[in-house]
Design a protein around this ligand. Structure first.
Ligand SMILES: [Ca+2]
Length: 491
């Protein structure tokens, strides 16, 4: 089944029937980078003003158990765009300027599905699914893009790694600036987004705005600098919130407010080692780079007036894997031919009676299966994880900065990340948490509920068979190839 919207009325259309292009809803997806679960007023922040995000929550639905697929940039974005667990399609971690891999050309991304039914699309912000032009957004269904191929600390501003080349800002395949003034990023991508809406409001479009901020190093423009109650980090969030407001105004001015699905999310939790320059996961445990809720559970706000229920808070499990099939359902797009992991949560999004969230979720970190969730239960399998090494850092420096030596080589793996970002490695034993009563994952209930442990262990075994697990040497029958660049020359 698929649905079309007209003047706020929901019409169910039988599969395969023609859908007038003009009736298809526009999609605006705004993604913050490393914003924490509690970094907006509607999410509990007391010292950051986010009237526009709060407005999205009021005029739409705020999902309180929305998880991204993995707690780090590239992996998370791969899932958003493909509907697949990132390890299924060979994507993990965060690509950098030396990376020669990227999203495989055979993977069908959300943009390509929408393009096939007549959508125009643009990308303004950070891509991170391949840092060579052969993998860029314009080779993956976008009509245009302006932004960074990888993270904004992947340049001379990195606090601990030396010898990284200048940060390139691209428009299409062309570098239009190197080491640009990062205080202008939020403004730039917002202005581009607004211009795109003005130019394309008469036909269906997909506007993807994966902001560079608030990933370190953080910057706010002059207008926002020093204005919030939480230092520069708060300023940066308030500017992002302004950008959301500009986009909402542009939609209203173009007369397409009621025919546009607006989604706001973060790609992973806060980079806690950076202390005063990091966000907050609120009541959730840990942050970015971990499979605790603080790493993967993020703000998720969705608005489409008259279609997505307003002023609703929904605690059903929703993940970034589900965005592709859910958006496909709303727009009438086809699904990719290859297997995906996302579930169509259209009925839940639209507030249909008794509609539920997804049944289960696998928490992978790279190729390690670290935890599984079913209903309210989350079982951690034994794994290593990162905790901030001592006092969190400040002013752009990670924890333990005074004891770090600048390094030239980016060592991979958990210890490499720990050494350059101020973390240390800890061991997690098998533990069972009731997320409905204990979202902070503090009380291990495995001794009280051996039956639940055994059910979730069986679920973990199913994931291992399909997607593998490097912790137990499970190979994974469903893993697909990673894209490899045609050239290893620098872009
Ligand atoms: Ca991120």
């Amino acid at each position: 089944m698929r649905v079309v919207f007209s003047l706020g009325l929901l019409i169910v259309v039988v599969p395969g029937s023609a859908l007038a292009v003009a009736d298809r809803p526009n999609i605006v997806m705004i993604v913050a980078d490393d914003m924490g679960y509690a970094d907006a007023g509607c999410q509990g922040a007391k010292d950051i003003r986010t009237p526009n995000l709060d407005r999205l929550a009021k005029e739409g639905t705020r999902f309180t158990s929305f998880c991204v697929a993995q707690p780090v940039c590239t992996a998370s974005r791969a899932a958003i765009m493909s509907g697949c667990y990132p390890n299924r399609i060979g994507m993990s971690g965060a690509l950098n300027h030396t990376s020669t891999i990227g999203i495989h050309p055979d993977e069908t991304l959300l943009t390509e599905l929408l393009r096939d039914i007549g959508y125009t699309s643009a990308h303004y912000g950070k891509w991170h699914l391949g840092t060579r032009p052969v993998f860029f957004p314009t080779r993956n269904g976008f009509d245009e893009w302006v932004g960074l191929p990888y993270s904004n600390d992947n340049g001379p501003l990195h606090p601990t790694v030396r010898g990284i080349p200048a940060l390139p800002l691209y428009a299409g395949d062309k570098v239009i600036a190197t080491d640009p003034d990062q205080s202008q990023f939020t403004k730039l991508f917002t202005e581009k987004a607004v211009g795109f809406i003005r130019a394309n409001h008469s036909k269906p479009f997909f506007l993807y705005v994966p902001h560079v901020m608030p990933h370190v190093p953080i910057f706010a423009s002059e207008r926002f600098n020093g204005k919030s109650g939480r230092g520069l980090y708060g300023d940066v969030i308030e500017e992002l919130d302004w950008g959301v407001g500009e986009i909402l105004t542009a939609l209203k001015d173009a007369g397409i407010e009621n025919n546009t699905l607006v989604l706001f999310l973060s790609d992973n939790g806060p980079f806690l080692s950076y202390g005063s320059h990091a966000g907050s996961a609120g009541p959730l445990r840990e942050g970015k780079l971990t499979t605790f809720e603080g790493g993967v559970r993020v703000p998720f706000l969705v608005r489409m007036p008259g279609v997505v229920p307003a002023n609703r808070v929904c605690d059903e499990l929703f993940t970034s894997l589900d965005l592709l099939p859910t958006i496909a359902h709303l727009t009438g797009a086809s699904l990719p031919k290859a297997k995906i992991d996302g579930v169509n949560l259209g009925p839940l999004l639209l507030g249909e009676k008794n509609a539920r969230g997804r049944a289960s979720f696998a928490y992978y970190s790279g190729s390690e299966l670290q935890a599984v969730r079913s209903g309210k239960w989350k079982l951690h399998l034994p794994h290593e994880y990162l905790v901030v090494n001592g006092t969190p850092g400040k002013d752009g420096k990670p924890a333990n900065f005074e004891n770090m030596k600048p390094i030239a080589i980016q060592e991979s793996g958990i210890r490499g990340i720990a050494s350059r970002h101020g973390y240390k490695v800890r061991k997690m034993e098998q533990s069972l948490f009731d997320l409905s009563a204990d979202p902070g994952e503090t009380k291990d209930l495995s001794a009280e509920h051996p039956d639940v442990v055994s059910q979730l262990s069986a679920l973990a075994d199913e994931f291992k068979l399909d997607l593998g697990d490097s912790l137990t040497n499970a190979k994974g029958n469903g893993l697909r190839a990673v894209g490899r660049a045609e050239t290893t020359a620098n872009p």
